[in-house]
Design a protein around this ligand. Sequence first.
Ligand SMILES: Cc1ncc(COP(=O)(O)O)c(C=O)c1O
Length: 273
Amino acid sequence: DENFIKRAFAYGVRVFVFDSREEIEKLARYAPGSKVYIRLSVSNDGSEWPLRGKYGVEVEIAVDLLLEAKKRGLDPFGITFHVGSQCTNPAAWVKAIRKSGILWNLAMTNGVEVLSLNIGGGFPIAYTRPVPTIKEVAGTIKDTIKEVFPRGIKVIVEPGRMIVGEAGLLVATVISKAIRDGQKWLYLDVGVFNGLMETIGGIEYPFTVSKKGSLSKFVLAGPSCDGFDVISEEVELPEPEIGDKIYINSAGAYTTAYASHFCGFPEPKTIVT
Ligand SMILES: Cc1ncc(COP(=O)(O)O)c(C=O)c1O
């Protein structure tokens, strides 16, 4: 929004991302002379939380927009993309970097030398399944950039989930239990609307309890009135009782930041240790 751009510019931000003529107009007016990155549309195959569709343009449109940005006094500085969050497929970065290389060449042919590549985020963490290590993903990325781009290209990375995801443990309490259609349900004081939003897109957190015993299958639901407030359809746990704690690992990213007070339930408190 234009107020956001104005405020960022006033604070000294001189680098922006855009992917439409409308955004060029706003940036030219409220952030004149800024460096701009064009957001390229790339495959999000292998991402468990895809970002594709909402942002990004194809190569030919990207070139036109870079030229237009230059005409409007902006500095067409870079190319950026995002392969989708929690991306467990290193080949997605390879494809995206190669596509960025095609754009880089086409832009050069049209008189625009792009000096930077921002490869966004997407680096995965282990929830309930193993994922490629950061060393493996970074190695693939590095090799592909070397193969596609000239030496000296300024590479920027925007890791989110990978930095903070495994740093958070969400401690929930069982507030109720029920058996519905033969299935055991556990109701927790945290759900989709106050911390576990990403469960509706398929992120599967590891759940544990501190007791031992034979395992049963449970549907785990949050406290609100909403039917969408189901955080897992099938979790195996030793049967907890009301008041017992459920520990939700790898909950440091996209949890409290998404949380609302829907139905009057509080956000989880954050305790830094
Ligand atoms: C532009 C951009 N960069 C970086 C990130 C961080 O992504 P991740 O947490 O998948 O590393 C996001 C997340 O939505 C984003 O939109």
